[in-house]
Design a protein around this ligand. Structure first.
Ligand SMILES: *Cc1c(COP(=O)(O)O)cnc(C)c1O
Length: 383
């Protein structure tokens, strides 16, 4: 057996040869999608802070006041140390925003999926997940030990085929998908999935990490696709458009009560800092009172797509697939030299052969930057 260090070094150098090694780049994020690297001012098109809530004055104030009043940590799991009233308020606000009876907040979106899915599904059950689902959906399915199949991306006929073949052998079935796909920016066919879920008596769960705050008037993919009332499990994160940190599930009261009493990532993980709850409440206030602001990221994404000749985007994520990791890294480096942060997305985050530049648009981007970026992309990436 190699030593631990030798093992790690060999693994890293093999990844490096395939252009798949990842490194952290020191970056100081500021308001309005501005970021400093090595003292250089850059504009970031690689940030999920779609509404710039991380720097919104109301949100920062709410977090600062909550920290001053309640301290930085929450002390223990909410079941052990007691539930901070801010959590109760936040859960009520999330439920209202998503049109659900109740909500349950988790430590992060990743932890939410690791907690929700195994609470509902066990070894005798059936899970069907879109092949492009986020890593934590598939991980939640694996932890549940249910029989898990992936269906071809957004292919409702394939879902139906799998249900026709396997549904009868399992007491419960769950269809789960990203509402907005994180690396492609397209939306799931939510109403059609709800139809097939009804037909085969399956539950439907959507992960709306990239939907809430930006589409459907800020209410996410269920609303954007006209599927209100048809998605019994609406999961999401507080870490993207909501600007801070945390994850959640919106569902009917008994489902949420079951999460609070059985979900392991809820029970055995410390509650979010009070500041995270206060910040999320303030961000939801902004989302609910300012629809024009909420519409901005989609408008910027639409402008960029139009300028580079892509179809109108369904979210504020616009990918340009280049295929080869080395070519993608070179394009990303060229854009960085021009002052734009556009991270290269490589396998295994995306399938082999589909390395890409992934552009995300936020309320804080200036149209002039979007236009200049599109020009450079047209001249030097797509030419
Ligand atoms: C980012 C993301 C998550 C994880 O959420 P965090 O709060 O960052 O842990 C889950 N699902 C999808 C689709 C995501 O894009």
């Amino acid at each position: 057996m190699p030593s631990l260090d030798e093992y790690a070094r060999a693994k890293l150098s093999s990844l490096e040869q395939r252009q798949l090694r990842r490194t952290l780049v020191e970056t100081d994020r500021q308001d309005g999608a501005i970021a400093y690297r090595d003292g250089r001012r850059m504009v970031s098109f690689s940030c999920n802070d779609y509404l710039n809530m991380s720097h919104h004055p109301d949100v920062v104030r709410a977090a600062t006041e909550a920290t001053a009043r309640y301290g930085v940590g929450s002390g223990a799991s909410r079941l052990i140390t007691g539930n901070h009233p801010l959590f109760r308020e936040l859960e009520g606000r999330l439920a209202r925003l998503k049109g659900a009876e109740d909500a349950c907040v988790f430590g992060s979106g990743y932890l939410a999926n690791l907690g929700i899915i195994p609470t509902l599904m066990g070894p005798e059950d059936l899970i069907l997940a879109d092949e492009w689902s986020h890593s934590c959906i598939l991980a939640g399915g694996a932890i549940s030990k249910a029989r898990q199949f992936v269906f071809r991306h957004n292919d409702v006929d394939h879902v139906e085929e799998l249900l026709a073949e396997h549904r009868a052998a399992h007491p419960r079935a769950l269809i789960v998908t990203d509402g907005v796909f994180s690396m492609d920016g397209d939306m799931a066919p939510v109403p059609a999935l709800a139809d097939v879920a009804d037909k085969y008596d399956a539950w439907l769960m959507t992960d709306d990490a990239h939907g809430v705050g930006v589409i459907g008037g800020g209410r996410g993919s269920t609303h954007a696709t006209g599927a209100q009332g048809r998605v019994p499990l609406q999961m999401g994160t507080l870490s993207k458009a909501i600007g801070g940190y945390g994850g959640y599930l919106c569902a009917a009261e008994p489902v949420i009560d079951l999460m609070r009493t059985r979900s392991r990532t809820f029970i055995y993980s410390t509650g979010l800092p009070p500041a995270a709850a206060a910040a999320a409440i303030a961000a939801i206030d902004v989302i609910e009172r300012d629809p024009e602001y909420v519409a901005l990221p989609m408008a910027k994404a639409g402008l960029f797509a139009e300028l580079v000749g892509l179809p109108a985007p369904e979210s504020c994520i616009v990918p340009i697939v280049l295929g080869d990791p080395a070519r993608t890294l070179a394009a990303s480096k060229m854009l960085e030299d021009e002052g734009y942060i556009v991270t290269a997305i490589r396998p295994p985050t995306v399938p082999d052969g589909t390395a890409r530049l992934r552009f995300t648009f936020t309320a804080g981007h200036e149209d002039s930057d979007v236009r200049r970026l599109a020009e450079i992309v047209l001249d030097r990436v797509l030419a």
